[in-house]
Design a binder for this molecule. Structure first.
Ligand SMILES: *[C@@H]1O[C@H](CO)[C@@H](O)[C@H](O)[C@H]1NC(C)=O
Ligand SMILES: *[C@@H]1O[C@H](CO)[C@@H](O)[C@H](O)[C@H]1NC(C)=O
Ligand SMILES: *[C@@H]1O[C@H](CO)[C@@H](O)[C@H](O)[C@H]1NC(C)=O
Ligand SMILES: *[C@@H]1O[C@H](CO)[C@@H](O)[C@H](O)[C@H]1NC(C)=O
Length: 568
């Protein structure tokens, strides 16, 4: 965020809509020189076009909520597992009365009625014509297109707010953030008639039985009905019930053929069952959560196109779950953004929403991306970390794969999958639980000066198998690979732990990272120390002993994780 001193702009701005009493100097609130890579300006935005804007007010005490999150998720804490209630969370996030009165008098002066659209009342939304948006924000809204996508996006490269309001506002959106969500598992056709899946070492093909064996997972069925594993669905990705049925018949025949998943629809979402509409990402996520987490209630949370968050529905989804008493205990999200496409205030706002969901007791797992150190950017001058993985309050999942080298029965060697995105945030500092690991790793990096942030939160946190998952998509077999595959797998492992904990009368795990980075957590992960993640014309970072920005702390081992969470 770029803040320019008020005096610079005070003289330049007068507002037609405001009365002299409300006139206050305007200050630039956010500014960028050029649109995000891939976006091209095509002309001014039509003045009469309606634009829905959101004003996010600063939370009154976000540091207080961060402390609370650590208090309930650090195994050393006396309050471990005592997740917060929604009322307790809201207390930290709701804006101050001064902030609310400043924003309300500004809106009143401009004859705008806004509605509150977040549980803590920190986000207001209103719809105005582009012409009015331009005048009240002293902005120049224009139309942009993204190469490869046939739609226009209305954005501005700069906007301002009255000085007396500016200090209370985190951001106004959509303005300077150019969002372009991704979910791109790599796929290749898969001829199931070839007997590739008989490969006993799981190196060539990652079947459900390989996953169960490599991680030592329970066969299930799980017993706790309130232990819901949420699977995010964005970008019109639909998961097909018949595909799931045929997938299970082939790879998990002992599971009942009636095995289904629940569907929650947000923002006009749907889960169209025409088989031709099945999406690779949704099919992969559903088949490898339902299939691995036998008996865990799986909820496909499909976020539709009617979102006004201009973040692909990510923020609407989190806000919905924060307010939902039956929210999942684990949320798996195999979609993301290049961090650089979001401005810091927007990335931070989304991260604060995950902080709230984590404090309520949900474990949030997000895929780290599939382009090595290049994230999902098609061009990179510097390495590209991904959001929301870089948010310190989520658990970012990278990919490993099993190889033949050093293979002995029941002892699988894992190396990094070369696509596994990892690196360091340009927005967030290494959180307490990770600080020492980032420092240690950065000291070993040979070169890459200026290509990454030495003082950034490192991703991923952990990894799981992610290569060559047979997946049935609209009745066609494909082989899917990606951190998109690893994320629902790791989430399923956590869901199983929650199942056992809840059966023993204990709370679900909630925010995972303080546990995972603890000595007991580290000991429960198989360190992946071979491989690298090339990208941006470099050979990327090296996987090493201990945490690394390719595979994090390593891949899960169920027996040791049970021990780490105190299950006998
Ligand atoms: C883009 O969308 C418009 C309107 O939906 C359509 O008429 C046009 O053919 C599309 N162009 C391409 C290249 O798909
Ligand atoms: C296999 O074992 C050799 C010798 O112990 C070791 O150098 C190599 O890193 C191992 N490979 C993997 C993938 O662990
Ligand atoms: C499993 O393989 C690793 C190296 O990949 C080796 O260090 C370890 O001793 C092996 N364990 C068994 C039980 O063979
Ligand atoms: C990765 O390891 C190789 C082999 O040890 C080394 O030459 C290279 O400099 C390392 N890369 C980085 C970025 O440290």
């Amino acid at each position: 965020m770029v803040l320019v001193s008020a005096s610079l702009f005070a003289a330049l701005v007068t507002l037609a809509a405001a009365t002299p009493a409300e006139l206050s100097a305007y200050v630039i609130h956010e500014q960028r020189d050029t649109p995000a890579r891939g976006f091209v300006k095509v002309g001014p935005a039509p003045p009469s076009k309606q634009l829905t804007l959101r004003i996010a007010l600063k939370p009154n005490n976000i540091a207080g909520l961060e402390e609370e999150l650590y208090a309930v998720s650090d195994p050393k804490s006396a309050r471990y597992g005592k997740h917060l209630t929604l009322d307790e969370v809201v207390k930290y996030v709701k804006p101050t009365t001064e902030a609310l009165s400043a924003v309300n008098s500004w809106l009143d002066a401009n004859k705008i009625t806004a509605k509150t659209i977040s549980p803590a009342g920190d986000t207001l939304q209103f719809t105005v014509p582009v012409s009015q948006a331009s005048s009240i924000l002293n902005a120049e809204f224009a139309s942009f297109t993204h190469s490869g996508r046939n739609e226009t996006t209305i954005r501005t490269l700069q906007y301002s707010l009255p000085a007396d309001l500016s200090g209370h506002v985190a951001y106004v959106h959509p303005t300077t953030s150019f969002t372009n969500p991704f979910a791109t598992p790599r796929i290749e056709p898969y001829d199931v008639k070839r007997k590739r899946e008989m490969d006993p070492n799981c190196a060539d093909l990652t079947t459900l039985s390989c996953l169960l064996e490599v991680m030592g997972l329970p066969k299930g069925p799980a017993t706790q009905k309130k232990n819901v594993l949420g699977i995010s669905g964005f970008l019109n990705e639909f998961a097909n019930f018949n595909d799931l049925k045929d997938f299970l018949a082939r790879y998990r025949p002992e599971m009942p053929s009636s095995t289904k998943f629940d569907v929650q629809l947000i923002d006009g979402g749907s889960n169209t069952q025409l088989r031709a509409f099945a999406g690779v990402e949704a099919s992969l996520d559903i088949q490898y959560s339902v299939g691995v987490a036998n008996g865990i209630p799986i909820r496909f949370i499909s976020v539709g196109p009617l979102n006004n968050d201009e973040l692909g529905g990510f923020l609407d989804q989190v806000n919905t779950l924060i307010a939902d008493d039956s929210r999942p205990t684990v949320l798996s999200t195999s979609y993301g953004f290049d961090e650089q496409d979001l401005t810091f205030p927007v990335a931070d706002g989304l991260c604060n929403a995950y902080l709230q969901l984590g404090a309520l007791g949900t474990s949030i797992l997000t895929s780290s991306g599939d382009g090595g150190v290049g994230g999902h950017a098609r061009f990179c001058d510097t390495f590209v970390p991904t959001a929301p993985s870089t948010c310190p309050w989520v658990t970012s999942v990278g990919s490993s794969q099993t190889i033949l080298e050093n293979f002995t029965k029941n002892n699988f060697s894992q190396i990094a999958a070369s696509f596994s995105t990892g690196g360091f945030s340009n927005y967030f500092k290494p959180p307490t639980y990770q600080k020492a690991d980032v420092g240690t790793y950065v000291a070993t990096i040979n070169g890459y000066e200026g290509l990454y942030n030495k003082n950034g939160r490192g991703i991923p946190d952990v990894s799981a198998q992610g290569v060559n998952f047979p997946t049935l998509v609209g009745d066609r077999w494909t082989l899917a690979s990606g951190t998109s595959a690893s994320t629902p797998v790791f989430a399923s492992v956590i869901a199983f732990l929650n199942d056992e904990l809840m059966a023993a009368g204990r709370p679900p795990l909630g925010f995972l990272n303080p546990l995972l980075y603890s000595p007991a957590g580290r000991a429960a992960l198989d360190d992946v120390s071979v491989g690298k993640n090339p990208g941006c014309g470099t050979s990327g970072f090296n996987a090493t002993t201990g945490w690394d920005p390719v595979t994090g702390l390593g891949a899960p081992n169920y027996a040791r994780l049970r021990k780490a969470v105190g299950l006998a």
